[in-house]
Ligand binder design. Structure first.
Ligand code: B12
Length: 219
């Protein structure tokens, strides 16, 4: 994989911060054409740029319109990178089924989409329920799809309690032991995962793949 030039790195970061979706898309294509590793573009450029945007938003240095533009630019860029990841993935036998979604009342789906794509490209069957997914919808899908793993993303401290409610619902109906339940997203950490009785937590998409493999004992 080719190194991403400093100039391209700086220009793409700036396009994302500015919320210039056309430029972000063009620069992402340029990076891929130059042989960049799509995951490195995500982890090394897009995540840090969005973290910075989030920080500026929190400090009232930018406002919702700018946040939305940056989100849209990042979404366009990651869609291209996800395509590249999907195209490079080997279509092997399914390692297992993962039902994934962003929890109720939370519309952040950029990170969840990256996790979905990477799991698919590593041989998992992924059933992506989208965003704003109610606890009952996770349960219904897990049963219907005979999932091995249920994966919940949450980006806000205000929505992460929904991960707990979902796990509790699985318990209430006596279905908790059938599934491995994992959590992730910007508002989540290992401590939270332990507190709510999840089977695992991972900080990024590559770690999520390793976690899923370890949970269903694939080496
Ligand atoms: C882009 C963005 C938006 C976009 C989302 C676009 C989209 N389609 O996703 C828009 C503009 C819509 C948005 C809206 C809002 N946002 Co916003 N947003 C962000 C921002 C800047 C980036 C999020 C992101 O995409 N990061 C990049 C991805 C790649 O990272 P990630 O999601 O963490 O995913 C990685 C890992 O966590 C992991 N992962 C993710 N999911 C999972 C799942 C599993 C199972 C596993 C194992 C791993 C895993 O893998 C991923 C890849 O490595 C964050 C800032 C931040 N620091 O996160 C704020 C942020 C999340 N938003 C915030 C807020 C407040 C809002 C709004 C309420 C603003 C408003 N006043 O309306 C609304 C919420 C609307 C709603 N009901 O959900 C706050 C939340 C604060 C809190 N309470 O915790 C943040 C933290 C900004 C801040 N610092 O204040 N937002």
């Amino acid at each position: 994989m080719a190194e991403i030039t400093e100039q391209l790195r700086a220009e793409l970061s700036e396009a994302l911060r500015q919320g210039d979706a056309d430029k972000a898309e063009a620069l992402t294509r340029q990076a891929l054409d130059g042989g960049a590793d799509p995951l490195e573009v995500i982890q090394g450029i897009i995540v840090p740029a969005l973290t910075e945007v989030g920080q500026l938003f929190q400090e009232f240095k930018i406002f919702l319109p700018e946040l939305m533009l940056a989100g849209e630019a990042a979404k366009r860029a990651t869609a291209i990178l996800e395509e590249a990841i999907a195209a490079s993935g080997q279509a092997s036998a399914s390692l297992g089924t993962v039902v994934i979604g962003t929890v109720e009342n939370d519309v952040h789906d950029i990170g969840k989409n990256i996790v979905s794509t990477l799991l698919s490209s590593h041989g998992f069957k992924v059933v992506d329920l989208g965003r704003d997914v109610a606890p009952s919808a996770f349960l219904d899908a897990a049963l219907k799809e005979q999932a091995d793993i249920v994966a919940m993303s949450s980006l806000m401290t205000t929505t992460r309690p929904s991960q707990r409610s979902t796990i509790n619902l699985f318990k209430e109906v006596g279905e908790r032991e059938k599934f491995k339940i994992i959590v992730g997203g910007g508002s989540v950490n290992q401590q939270w995962a332990d507190e709510i009785g999840a089977d695992g937590y991972a900080a990024d998409a590559a770690a999520a793949v390793e976690l899923c493999k370890s949970l269903i004992q694939v080496s």
